[in-house]
Design a protein around this ligand. Structure first.
Ligand code: GGG
Length: 349
């Protein structure tokens, strides 16, 4: 019986993971679920955002369904105790280095997109974001300058092994899609990005069938809104991928629509979560869009459990609900989180 760890987290995390769990239960009757606190909820309950018991569950589970972490109430805590430390800790502890973030405009969402409808319609891309390196994990600190000014720093760092393994995921993902890979960096300014580009070009020798291009991140951000149809797969670092995927989500209608999978070397065991955060301003009001969490559950079925057919059913049910006009407030509608989940469940047949 596959064990699914549910880590709901903070804010709207519990609402959207509950909806996604209902969908998983509807398409797979043989799953075992175990829930554990994470983020601010875990800090409040156990004094740490990623308690050992939560990490143990995550280690032994076949897959993790994660909600969201973050709450302004914990803004004054030291970094290691803030809710966000949990998500970084899980990714690092479980060596989940490859983050797949699909951005697709579903039929009917042209009006919700930040782009003109004819441009929005061309969005169908996959962002492959590196998750274990970059400024998120480089040496950090605070100090004082010689002039007595307060100083802060986060080291941006990658080694060639880290770049090579994510580049391979990028090329393999492009091979499974439409054969185009765009590597995004800032190689005109950053040493890490020059290394990134060198290594991506080396790896490209093993993928002569893939059309490789390079863009600086500022240009990539601009191209995403100008002509998103030019992108098939984007491979990029941790920070750039975090920012570009939020941008891509608004091109696709709402940040409430984008799921993600964080995978390790086997491409199987993973942590699946909506790309959105905890949105404490709307928590507990039934206003959150559960689609990103439900689509993350579909990715869990596909990657961790190898159940492509069930994953297709879930994705079709979300597409169907959206095409038929089901809308939460972020999409300009008034359906509650649960009512949106019902629309999806009804279409699972
Ligand atoms: N579900 C995504 C989430 O909770 N995001 C909050 C967060 O800490 N994000 C940092 C990141 O994704 O690197």
């Amino acid at each position: 019986m596959p064990l699914i760890a549910i880590l709901p987290g903070d804010g709207i995390g519990p609402e959207v993971t509950a909806a996604a769990r209902r969908v998983l239960e509807a398409v797979a009757s043989d799953l075992e679920f175990a829930e554990a606190p994470v983020g601010g909820a875990a800090y409040e309950a156990k004094g740490h955002p990623l308690p050992e018991s939560t990490l143990d569950l995550a280690r032994k589970a076949d897959a993790i369904l994660f909600g969201a972490v973050g709450d302004f109430r914990f803004d004054t805590l030291e970094r290691a105790l803030r809710p966000e430390a949990a998500i970084l800790g899980l990714r690092k502890e479980l060596s989940l280095f490859a983050n797949l973030r699909p951005a697709v405009l579903f039929e009917g969402l042209e009006d919700a997109s930040a782009l003109r409808p004819e441009v929005a319609r061309s969005i169908d891309l996959m962002i492959v974001r590196e998750l274990n390196g970059d400024v998120y994990f480089g040496e950090k600190g605070r100090g004082t300058t010689a002039d007595g000014l307060r100083e802060g720093h986060d080291l941006m760092r990658y080694d060639e092994g880290e770049v090579r393994r994510i580049a391979r995921v990028g090329f393999e993902t492009a091979r499974a899609r439409n054969g185009k890979l765009c590597s995004v960096d800032k190689a005109n300014v950053l040493e890490t990005s020059q290394l990134w580009r060198d290594v991506v070009i080396e790896v490209a020798a093993d993928y002569p069938d893939i059309e490789l291009s390079h863009l600086y991140v500022d240009n990539a951000a601009m191209q995403l809104v100008r002509d998103p149809g030019q992108f098939d797969v984007i491979v990029t670092g941790n920070l750039f991928g975090d920012i570009l995927s939020d941008q891509a989500s608004m091109c696709a209608g709402s940040i409430g629509m984008l799921p993600s999978a964080a995978l390790g070397a086997d491409g199987k065991k993973g942590m699946f979560e909506p790309i959105h955060g905890s949105a404490p301003d709307i928590a507990g009001q039934g206003k959150a869009n559960p689609c990103a969490a439900i689509l993350s559950a579909a990715m869990l079925l596909r990657y961790s459990l190898g159940r492509g057919e069930a994953a297709d059913r879930v994705e079709q049910a979300v597409r169907g609900a959206i095409a038929d006009g089901a809308r939460t407030p972020d999409l300009g509608g008034s359906l509650s989180t649960d009512a949106m989940a019902e629309q999806v469940l009804e279409r699972l047949g």
